[in-house]
Design a protein around this ligand. Structure first.
Ligand code: PRE
Length: 307
């Protein structure tokens, strides 16, 4: 049975995502304390894949995932899932809300209930934890008074009681999760795919503009751009790009070879079906047929058969 690592312990949103992402086959889910450790288990071959949080509609990208994807041997995403996000708040039995002076959770979770916390637990200081479920453990251990958790967490921490249920400052908040593996297996193109890459542009005028032009010239829709320090020196950044299409599509392949020529580093981070399954629209001049026709024309020209 394939082993699948996830950001744990049990009761995280990522655990739910990992279950749904592996729903088609029997899998053994293995909790890891950090995203870094889950991705290292993939790289080391200890597990087949890892479920990791990627970005939240309120708080943005998960920096530990961006950094983990490019730190070490290549790994690629093979599937994505979007989950609605609402929280419960757990406390030790008998806790009076007015006595809560510390509230633990993943920084993304705390950010998504900031308004609720300032209204309901105004004295509480943040205690950032590696995941929402770790926060519940901290409350059990007495190192924090309250934990902002996924609603399923209570199942694993039934000694705690719910101070609040189903809270969220933004009603329709969602988080996107990825299933990440070692390279070697590319999902088939479906016509509704996303490709993810990370690039380091040369340090010269207009370099980022040229990176984006490689996509726009070929009618490729960019859905996300994010930067993270390369960690080599101040001012050096790596750009994480998501765009519509599959690496098997000619326009995507063409853009990637352009980027490979222009950038000091290009990491392919996967092509996989989009969670929304919305077919990618491609203008006629960038269709597979248009690329094939133009390649045929070029080879005729090169053979001296056409002017
Ligand atoms: O801590 C968890 O439960 C997670 O799965 C991580 C995470 C995140 O990284 O954003 C996932 C979804 C929520 O937005 C809050 C926390």
């Amino acid at each position: 049975m394939p082993r699948i690592a996830y950001l744990g312990p049990q009761g995280t949103f990522t655990e739910q995502a990992a279950r749904e992402l592996t729903a088609d086959f029997a899998a053994e889910l293995i909790a890891h304390d950090t995203v870094h450790s889950a991705l290292e288990a993939v790289r080391a071959g200890e597990v087949e894949a890892a479920g990791v949080p990627m970005e939240n509609s309120v708080e943005g990208a998960v920096p530990s995932t961006l950094d983990g994807l490019v730190a070490g041997d290549p790994v690629v995403a093979v599937a994505e899932l979007v989950l609605p996000i609402r929280f419960d708040v757990l406390v030790r039995p008998g806790t009076d809300p007015s006595e809560v002076t510390s509230v633990a959770s993943h920084p993304h979770a705390l950010a998504q209930v900031r308004g609720w916390l300032s209204r309901e637990l105004p004295r509480a200081q943040d205690v950032p934890t590696a995941s929402t479920a770790t926060a519940a453990v901290e409350v059990e251990n007495g190192t924090a008074d309250a934990a902002v958790v996924a609603p399923v967490a209570h199942r694993y921490h039934s000694r705690l009681t719910r101070l609040a249920s189903d809270i969220a400052d933004v009603d329709d908040a969602v988080t996107r999760f990825l299933l990440v593996r070692r390279p070697g297996h590319l999902p088939e193109p479906t016509g509704a795919d996303r490709t993810s890459i990370a690039v380091v542009a040369h340090d010269e005028v207009g370099a980022l503009g040229e990176v984006l032009s490689e996509l726009s010239l070929r009618g490729i829709n960019l859905s996300r751009i994010e930067s993270r320090p390369t960690k080599d020196r101040l001012g050096a950044y790596r750009f994480f790009l998501d765009f519509d299409g599959h690496v098997a599509d000619t326009r995507i392949g063409d853009a990637l070879t352009g980027l490979h020529r222009r950038c000091s580093e290009v990491r392919f981070l996967g092509s996989f079906p989009k969670a929304d399954s919305k077919p990618v629209s491609v203008r006629a001049s960038d269709s597979e047929q248009a690329f094939r026709r133009s390649m045929r024309w070029l080879s005729e020209v090169r053979r001296g058969r056409t002017a």
